[in-house]
Unconditional design. Structure first.
Length: 118
């Protein structure tokens, strides 16, 4: 079993920054992907970014490219999402997720709210 716990959400003004963390416990991964998915109120979940746990491949949604950076610390079993130049449209609940690929997220965190004020 895998547990994912997010932290670091909050309220920030447009143009500001936040860093989210996702701590992994239980079974660890040597393959597959981890990433972030967000869901704004009344909208479907949206892919944000992903990284391979055992390698260095990353992928970003076009809407966050150049502003968000995903990283991980395998020794600490923690994944991060650095969010810069935040916009009101980034407001959402951000979920940490893991699985064999980005089309099959097997594990989810509880989510953390990010609110960007204009």
């Amino acid at each position: 079993q895998v547990q994912l716990v997010e932290s670091g959400g909050g309220l920030v003004q447009a143009g500001g920054s936040l860093r989210l963390s996702c701590a992994v416990s239980g079974r660890t991964f040597s393959s597959g992907v981890m990433g972030w998915v967000r869901q704004a109120l009344g909208k479907e979940r949206q892919f944000v970014t992903s990284t391979t746990w055992g390698g260095f491949n990353t992928d970003y949604a076009d809407s966050v490219k150049g502003r968000f950076t995903i990283s991980r610390d395998n020794a600490k079993k923690t994944m991060y999402l650095q969010m810069n130049s935040l916009k009101p449209e980034d407001t959402a609940v951000y979920y940490c997720a893991a699985g064999p690929n980005v089309h099959n997220w097997a594990y989810w965190g509880q989510g953390t709210q990010v609110t960007v004020s204009s």
